[in-house]
Design a protein around this ligand. Structure first.
Ligand SMILES: [Zn+2]
Length: 387
């Protein structure tokens, strides 16, 4: 029997700095957070509960990997609830690794990517590169299709990073990270690019270069039939490698989802996709429809790309399970195995997973008692499906 000993990549991550347009949209809209029937804001569900309750919706929109995330064992492994310090996690299970939709995988993947990129950005900084955080938006309205908006952003990005002017900048020395961020508000979907451009010491005036990129972005979007509000785009210098890596790697709302913190909605007006997911699983049909649109529009899209001088290789290839990455990370700090669960019992315990993890974080015996209530007593130390 082999059990992966691991703990989650729950290093504290903050959501990336909000874009100017994001704050504006917040001030303008009128959407409401999830309310219970007395009009009181409900606290957000923990990631494991949210994932469990999202599964039917994920199935309905054809996201098989999300609907099965954490329900199958890694070959040759018995799933287990483990604890390291005060953090408990389920390990030894296959994960969907979706950076877009999964309440379990998205925050871990974003944290992992930021972690892989941070030393590379730091190294470029030491070589004299100067990073700029750039927000690239486009004009949208309530009727804009999210798929079309993503399409337009992608094409405009290709134009920005090709052609004569880009070639000349490239010969002077430039690297980049390109991530996305996205909210939904009064004016519909607001997907935008969070890019980090790193200009080498050969680039004489990085500030002018960043401004030129913004101007070229406006031209690219307009040439594709779209439009850009001048104050929706932004470029700022940033000498902090960690902040730069996080800026590109994290969707807003990912941290709130990962920590299950109280701050469900930053406002009544602009919602992250994790806010929408929270509302959707509580019966908000409009939120469910929006989340489904998002799930379909992001399917197969790359959340994060980087230039040749940077690499995401250390995050593990697509076949590698998040739990395996966690296991590798945890080698230095062994975790305590709280309970071993037979793979066929995973579906039975799934709706209770967040309570089980909470119990395990408190004490191993609390978690074992809860498992016994759900599945009956263990056989040879392994909880099996009951009945
Ligand atoms: Zn997942």
């Amino acid at each position: 029997m082999s059990v992966s000993l691991a703990s989650p990549l729950s290093s504290p991550v903050r959501s990336p700095g909000s874009a100017r347009l994001g704050r504006k949209a917040v001030a303008a809209g009128r959407e409401r957070p999830a309310l219970d029937n007395r009009g009181v804001t409900l606290p957000p569900l923990a990631p494991a509960s949210l994932l469990s309750r999202l599964r039917p919706l994920a199935r309905r929109v054809g996201l098989g990997s999300l609907s099965g995330c954490g329900l199958g064992a890694i070959d040759g492994t018995l799933p287990a609830i483990v604890r390291r310090g005060e953090v408990a996690s389920l390990v030894g299970v296959k994960r969907c690794r979706s950076p877009w939709v999964c309440p379990h995988c998205a925050p871990r993947l974003a944290a992992r990517r930021a972690e892989v990129l941070r030393p590379q950005v730091a190294s470029l900084l030491r070589q004299g590169y100067r990073p700029w955080l750039v927000t690239l938006t486009l004009r949208h309205n309530r009727n804009s299709s999210l798929d079309e908006l993503f399409g337009l952003l992608g094409k405009a990005w290709s134009r920005l990073t090709s052609g004569r002017q880009w070639a000349s900048l490239k010969s002077a020395g430039v690297e980049y990270l390109r991530g996305y961020d996205l909210t939904h508000g009064e004016n519909g979907w607001h997907p935008h690019i969070h890019a980090v451009f790193l200009f080498s010491s050969q680039v004489a005036d990085p500030s002018a270069e960043a401004q030129r990129l913004l101007m070229r972005w406006i031209a690219a979007i307009r040439s594709l039939g779209g439009d850009v509000l001048r104050d929706g785009i932004d470029a700022q210098p940033c000498a902090d490698a960690e902040k730069a890596a996080r800026y590109a790697a994290h969707l807003s709302g990912v941290y709130e989802a990962s920590a299950g913190v109280k701050k469900q909605c930053k406002s009544l007006t602009s919602r992250t996709v994790f806010d929408l997911a929270q509302a959707a699983v509580r019966g908000d049909e409009v939120a469910a429809g929006l989340w489904s649109q998002y799930a379909v529009a992001t399917k197969g899209r790359r959340a994060l790309v980087c230039s040749q001088g940077l690499s995401l290789a250390g995050e593990g290839d697509a076949s590698e399970d998040a739990a395996e990455i966690e296991a590798q990370q945890a080698l230095e700090e062994p975790a305590e195995t709280v309970a071993v669960i037979y793979p066929a019992a995973l579906v039975r315990v799934d709706p209770y997973m967040s309570e089980l993890l909470e119990a395990a974080a408190r004490s191993a015996s609390d978690c074992r008692a809860a498992l016994t209530r759900i599945l009956g007593p263990p056989a040879l130390g392994v909880w099996r499906p009951s009945g």
